[in-house]
Design a protein around this ligand. Structure first.
Ligand code: 13P
Ligand code: SF4
Length: 304
């Protein structure tokens, strides 16, 4: 069986499998650790394994490599990119920064290593508010690449960060109308949304948070019904932890899996086995990139 072969090879090669909550259930089942971006970067920073197989997307594996330059980091499919990271091309961002000198550059972890090199501090959806609140109220800040998360941070922390105009195609397509429709059908359900959603969606949410924060909310909240505005992969862990609760996922269109992040779903058991066997595709970065990109990530880990 695929699963047994993966587990055997993983042990033989002293590899660790880190998986994001958005990956398919079979992948979450064989992972050593499943988490949100923050927890995964924390795990990557402390692993003793020789090989890190990242069942996630490219920027996550890159972050693991930056934190572990001497380890082998594998990403089962190099096509597992991220529309949000792609919405911030490094040369355009460098020009943008020239127009905003003397600003602290805060970047969401969903960005390429080249953007991280241009940043002062990295944040995730799990620690963004805490990190921004730790900075002086009047500190001039540029925030990239997610305009929705940036606007949410601005509103919540009463800041005027200058925002890069990027977005995630999965979250940005969700609308207030879709929430109203589900709310009509399930008026008892609380609305939970990821901060990558538009402000009009977040305004309707009872709770806004990272994937791990949403999971924690549904596990500790006394209610029993939730409308979930994020990627569908999160439902696997949510239902597992709360078998008696009801979850209604906000779907951009009826009868399709439009909330599936096609990049996260590239991580299949077949590709994971092949990556472990061949130790390819490997994430490789030059030393200068790793050194420069590491600083803002370490700053984040220190402030988290
Ligand atoms: P989290 O920070 O909640 O893990 O989100 C990562 C992500 O890619 C959301 O689209
Ligand atoms: Fe990127 Fe969006 Fe997929 Fe998250 S859900 S990995 S932000 S494309």
């Amino acid at each position: 069986m695929l699963k047994d072969k993966i587990l055997c090879l993983k042990k033989q090669k002293n590899a660790v499998i880190l998986a994001h909550y958005y990956t398919i259930p079979e992948v979450q089942d064989i992972a050593d650790f499943v988490g949100d971006s923050l927890a995964l970067s924390q795990q990557a920073a402390k692993t003793q394994a020789d090989i890190i197989l990242f069942a996630g997307v490219h920027f996550m594996a890159e972050t693991a490599k930056i934190l572990n330059p001497t380890k082998k980091v594998l990403l089962p499919s190099l096509d597992a990119g991220c529309s949000l990271a792609d919405s911030c091309p490094p040369d355009e961002f460098a020009n943008f920064l020239k127009n905003h000198p003397n600003h602290t550059v805060l970047s969401y972890i969903n960005c390429s290593a080249s953007i991280k090199m241009l940043s002062d501090i990295i944040v995730t959806s799990g620690n963004a508010l805490k990190i921004v609140n730790s900075l002086p109220q009047n500190e001039p800040i540029v925030f990239a690449p997610d305009r929705n998360l940036g606007a949410y941070i601005n509103e919540t922390t009463h800041r005027k960060m200058i925002l890069w105009n990027g977005a995630c195609h999965v979250h940005d397509q969700l609308t207030a109308e879709q929430i109203f429709t589900l709310k009509k059908q399930h008026p008892e359900a609380k609305v939970l949304a990821h901060p990558e959603c538009k402000g009009t969606v977040l305004a309707l949410a009872d709770f806004v948070g990272s994937t791990a924060a949403m999971l924690n909310f549904t596990s500790t909240d006394p209610d029993h019904a939730y409308i979930i505005a994020t990627e569908t992969g999160i439902l696997y862990e949510m239902k597992k932890k709360n078998p008696s609760k009801q979850f209604y996922v906000v779907n951009a269109f009826d009868s399709c899996n439009c909330n599936d992040c096609e990049f996260m779903k590239q991580n299949t058991l077949t590709k994971i086995l092949s990556a472990l066997e061949s130790e390819q595709p490997e994430i490789l970065l030059d030393n200068n990139t790793m050194e420069k990109a590491k600083k803002p990530i370490l700053k984040m880990l220190e402030l988290s």
